[in-house]
Design a protein around this ligand. Structure first.
Ligand code: NAG
Length: 793
């Protein structure tokens, strides 16, 4: 026993002396681009890939850079991705007859986040059609660093590798090299090409000095330069019979650099299959990269990703290899969708709806009149959709972290910590994080401002609960192995060797982490508890607790954006209404706070949160259960100032069940399960619908949450069924088991079928046909399918 203790102390010692973790510095942290890289520093080196077809002139107008549904790519997804190691992405661009494979590897070493290598491979999708492509790679330095072109400048273009060197305070000294593969064919045939013989088979370049803060506009700036140059050349060919020169020689960079350049771009005009490598060598890493790093490293990386995936999200033999790659792809694209954002944001402290006007919290003197700029913040976060929502969303992020956590626990904690840091002194955090100009450029102006009185479902609590669950699991296996210790006396667990598992391997680190986020998280909880409170006494409502009732602030007559279920039917707006989804979230949040507090040994807080949780659970039944409608409902106030139940069969009515708050023996559960399983209402062969098919508003107006099937809500239902209602004895256990098995199968089969059919996973699925709808790829919470398939809830 004494020896064991010594051993464990030693582990703690080793942990505490671990090197600082630099493995998350570099990333494809511009996930809104097809391929965009940056380090996790506010102002630093940004780079990215662009391409356009030169089989005609029109394709230039559709140059590919930012992920855009209008580009009409058949598909694009990371098929393998690990934020600490690298990834492989496949993009199918049929309009340009191009399939791109991008392989990216991080090579650790040195003090600045290491080096990386990227291989860009292109091949025709159809060998019988031309595949003539202009590939562009740019790099630009923001902040205090610099970059220079090392090659001697040639006015007709460069031959052989192109090399840049640069340095910055965060990255130290580095070089970037762009090196052709062994068998590239440059475009050599086309109209009037003989007039441009000196420029053929070369790499073209341009160095520009651009304003600070505008490197992210690289596409706009570079294409403008190309256009100007083309406009100078084309008019000199005035003979309509002969036509203009081939676009491969007019839509060309001008092969020059301006003094003080901070943005560089290189361009290759390629025909048929091609390949080039980009190497970022960090000087402090002292290993010079070459093509063998990728040639040998990528197959090894793919193999290790596949193996680790099978261990982390194991699939039963019922799934064939197509299902397996589907699951691997969507997880990889969620991980590859992680971005780093930095910049200011817009706050509107003035705006207030009339039904929120008397709020004390809104009259704290901070209301000005004009939206204001909040100071710059940084955020590492996953993103819901690389094309449509390439930024941080509060209520999505809790779900993302449920998925990232089992893959890389520590990464999920890094991300969570960044979100926790956004919580302001009042305890508020904005629901959409639109940080900086690049992020804002993707959002219509009317949606850019955030309101410091508005909430959003507190899903981050789910990430904390999940992490505590992983710790408990690890400690149980330790207890079983060694029969020592309890979580009250933190002990180090021998390292599992699993990547990103330091905080699980060392309960001491985990405790420290929880202690570090607890004060802000508690502030956040108190903000919800204080500012989103609803009224009970005023309407003679009968409830066990006189205080625990809740109402979303900031709704409009037609929308409750703050709830996340924007256009779901609700009562007419009224200061006295109560929302069943919000009180359910608050029960869940209270339970999480109780868990953390007791995990940290803070019994006083744990007791208080437990007592609030108990009050809320009682009030959910007292205030929100309708005995006539047999379901949970919002509470409205009518024209006679009387309180009444506002009932709509759909996700909102299911909330206490979705969050596992209904007792398995409650008769209410029987009614809920009947509703879920009723095909005329919520049950479809594709998943649970958001609104009953018999509801008068089903499928109406913008039809966002009025029937369509959402995967994260189906995940919540499956999770509750699996963990509670199908698992615990009760009168409805059999029914719950049947529903679980059938629902799981339906959701998996339909999303898989749609992925095969369309090349994408989608934001939502049609309530009647199961077809994918709206944003795609939507590998945020729709990727929870990987958890559903492996039954990791
Ligand atoms: C796997 O099963 C699905 C659905 O039955 C089918 O569409 C797909 O072709 C199968 N894949 C393989 C590799 O057999």
């Amino acid at each position: 026993m004494r020896l064991l203790f010594l051993l464990l102390t030693l582990f703690i010692f080793v942990e505490a002396n671990d090197e600082p973790d630099t493995s998350l510095i570099w990333g494809t942290y511009r996930p809104g681009l097809y391929f965009g890289l940056r380090p996790r520093f506010p102002e630093s080196l940004l780079s990215g890939l662009m391409w356009f077809g030169v089989h005609d002139y029109q394709s230039f107008l559709k140059t590919r850079h930012a992920c855009d549904q209008d580009d009409g790519l058949e598909s694009y997804t990371w098929t393998h991705y690990d934020p600490r190691e690298g990834g492989v992405q496949v993009l199918k661009d049929g309009k340009n007859n191009l399939q791109l494979t991008i392989e990216w590897l991080k090579i650790p070493g040195g003090e600045h986040g290491g080096s990386w290598a990227a291989r860009v491979k292109g091949e025709p999708m159809n060998d019988d059609l031309p595949s003539r492509i202009s590939m562009l790679w740019y790099l630009g330095m923001e902040g205090l660093g610099s970059v220079d072109l090392d090659n001697d400048e040639e006015e007709d273009g460069l031959e052989g590798p192109v090399r840049f060197s640069g340095s910055s305070p965060e990255l130290g000294d580095f070089t970037v090299r762009i090196v052709d593969g062994p068998r590239n064919e440059y475009i050599t045939r086309g109209n009037h090409l003989q007039d441009f013989a000196n420029k053929l088979e070369k790499t073209h370049y341009l160095g520009l000095k651009v304003q600070s803060g505008s490197i992210w506009r690289a596409k706009e700036i570079i294409l403008q330069k190309i256009l100007e140059s083309a406009q100078a050349i084309i008019p000199t060919y005035s003979d309509p019979q002969a036509g203009p020169p081939d676009p491969s020689v007019t839509l060309l960079l001008t092969d020059e650099t301006y003094s003080g350049s901070n943005l560089y771009v290189v361009q290759k005009m390629l025909e048929g299959p091609f390949q080039f490598d980009v190497f970022f060598d960090s000087a402090s890493a002292r290993q010079k990269l070459d093509s063998s790093v990728i040639t040998e490293g990528i197959p090894a990386f793919k193999e290790s990703y596949t193996r680790r995936f099978a261990e982390t999200f194991p699939l039963s033999g019922a799934f064939n290899s197509s299902y397996r790659s589907f699951s691997q792809d969507i997880t990889a694209n969620l991980l590859g969708g992680i971005g780093y954002f930095y910049g200011d944001s817009i706050l509107d402290k003035a705006f207030v709806e009339e039904w929120d006007e008397d709020e004390e919290s809104m009259n704290d003197g901070s209301r000005t009149g004009e939206p204001t700029r909040a100071p710059p913040r940084e955020l590492l976060t996953a993103t819901p959709s690389r094309s449509f929502f390439p930024r941080g969303f509060y209520w999505d992020e809790g779900f993302h972290l449920l998925h990232i956590g089992p893959w890389d626990n520590d990464l999920s904690l890094e991300i969570l910590r960044d979100w926790i840091k956004l919580i302001d002194d009042n305890g508020w955090v904005g629901r959409e994080q639109i940080l900086g100009e690049e992020a804002r450029s993707r959002v219509p102006p009317q949606f850019q401002a955030q309101y410091p009185t508005h909430a959003n479902p507190p899903t981050l609590a789910m990430a904390v609960t999940a992490m505590i669950g992983r710790l408990r699991e690890a400690s149980h296996s330790l207890d079983n192995d060694l029969n020592v210790g309890s979580m009250q006396e933190p002990l180090a667990i021998p390292r599992s060797g699993k990547p990103g598992n330091r905080y699980i391997d060392s309960p001491q680190l985990a405790q420290d982490y929880l202690r570090s986020i607890y004060p802000q998280l508690k502030l956040h909880y108190e903000w919800f508890h204080r500012t989103q409170r609803g009224q009970i006494k005023q309407y003679a409502r009968k409830a066990k607790s006189r205080t625990e009732a809740y109402r979303w602030r900031g709704r409009s007559a037609t929308h409750v954006l703050t709830s996340g279920l924007d256009d779901y039917p609700r009562a007419p707006p009224h200061a006295g209404e109560l929302h069943v989804d919000l009180i359910s979230w608050m029960a869940f949040f209270s339970r999480t706070m109780k868990d953390i507090a007791s995990f940290m040994g803070n019994e006083e807080d744990a007791t208080r949160f437990a007592s609030i949780e108990g009050d809320i659970l009682a009030n959910i039944d007292d205030l929100h259960w309708s005995e006539t409608e047999k379901m949970y409902c919002d509470v409205g106030v009518d024209l006679n100032d009387e309180s009444y139940h506002e009932c709509h069969k759909g996700y909102i009515s299911l909330f206490p069940f979705l969050l596992g708050l209904v007792s398995p023996t409650s008769p209410n559960l029987g009614h809920i399960l009947d509703l879920v399983r009723s095909p005329t209402h919520l049950w479809s062969p594709y998943g649970i619908r958001s609104l009953s098919a018999e509801h008068p508003l089903f499928g109406k107006d913008e039809n966002y949450w009025r029937g369509n099937i959402w995967i994260q809500m189906n995940y919540l239902a499956l999770s509750s069924l699996y963990k509670i209602y199908a698992a615990e004895p009760g009168p409805y256990q059999e029914q719950a088991r049947d529903i679980y098995a059938e629902l799981r199968q339906n959701v998996i089969d339909n999303t898989f079928k749609e992925y095969e059919r369309t090349g994408y996973v989608w934001e939502q699925y049609d309530a009647l046909t199961g077809e994918g709808r709206r944003s795609h790829p939507f590998t945020g919470w729709t990727s929870l399918l990987s958890l559903i398939m492996s039954e990791k809830y």
